[in-house]
Design a protein around this ligand. Structure first.
Ligand SMILES: Cc1cc2nc3c(=O)[nH]c(=O)nc-3n(C[C@H](O)[C@H](O)[C@H](O)COP(=O)(O)O)c2cc1C
Length: 209
């Protein structure tokens, strides 16, 4: 299948088959895809909590508008933004760049100033909103990577973020929930994935200049 055929196949599945689980290799491929998602300045100011524990999924479903995808999928990916992006966070990122590329930290001074300047010019609220946007890019990469693997991934915003934070203990970890995705395998009788995909025509969606 071509990429476009795979994207046609993918769907925001409503009914997962709870007996079908991701293999360790499939899960690892999806984690790699999320890890490789691009982010602004490369900061990756979010974490992803991968929930496979049945009891935790039950609790999350109760505050996720009782959506069955949360419990019936194999793994629930919870994208959570960091709530503090301070100078220390920026400096540690530059440490990582220097160590990964094996270069002198001093050679990254200009980059460091740009990172620290960007962080200090935004309020905490703006930084969290910015991190949420980065998390959504990673969500998009996850959805495409899952389609490539023939794995179902259903993006979801229908949940109470504050309650998710409470159940997962995110506040203490300096995190807050951005968006979630249920990942697994569609049930044979999932009706949604059998429906014709609805998309606006290209003439309406794109403006060529
Ligand atoms: C950010 C986001 C949040 C969504 N939230 C939900 C949700 O809470 N529950 C749900 O059933 N579908 C949810 N959807 C699925 C969309 O309704 C679906 O992607 C859209 O109708 C297009 O269908 P398709 O993904 O099957 O092509 C969400 C999709 C996105 C991208």
């Amino acid at each position: 299948m071509s990429l476009i055929e795979k994207l046609q196949w993918r769907a925001a599945v409503k009914k997962f088959d709870p007996s079908k689980k991701l293999s360790a290799a499939q899960l690892d491929t999806l984690l790699s895809a999320v890890q490789l998602a691009p982010t602004s300045l490369g900061l990756q100011s979010f974490k992803v909590i991968v929930v496979q524990d049945a009891e935790t999924k039950e609790k999350l479903r109760a505050v996720g508008y009782n959506q069955p995808q949360i419990t019936d999928s194999s793994a629930l990916f919870v994208f959570a933004s960091l709530t503090t992006l301070d100078e220390d966070f920026g400096k540690k990122f530059i440490d990582l760049v220097a160590a990964t590329r094996g270069i002198e930290r001093a050679s990254l001074e200009g980059y460091e100033q740009m990172v620290l300047g960007t962080l200090s010019s935004r309020s905490d609220e703006q930084k969290v909103a910015w991190s949420h946007k980065q998390a959504y890019i990673a969500l998009g990469v996850l959805l495409s990577a899952a389609a490539d693997l023939g794995v179902d991934a259903a993006p979801m915003e229908g949940f109470d973020a504050e309650k998710f934070d409470e159940i997962l203990g995110l506040k203490e970890k300096g995190l807050t929930t951005s968006v979630i995705a249920a990942v697994g395998f569609r049930a044979e009788d999932d009706q949604y994935s059998k429906m014709i995909k609805v998309r606006r025509p290209k003439e309406e969606l794109f403006i060529h200049i």
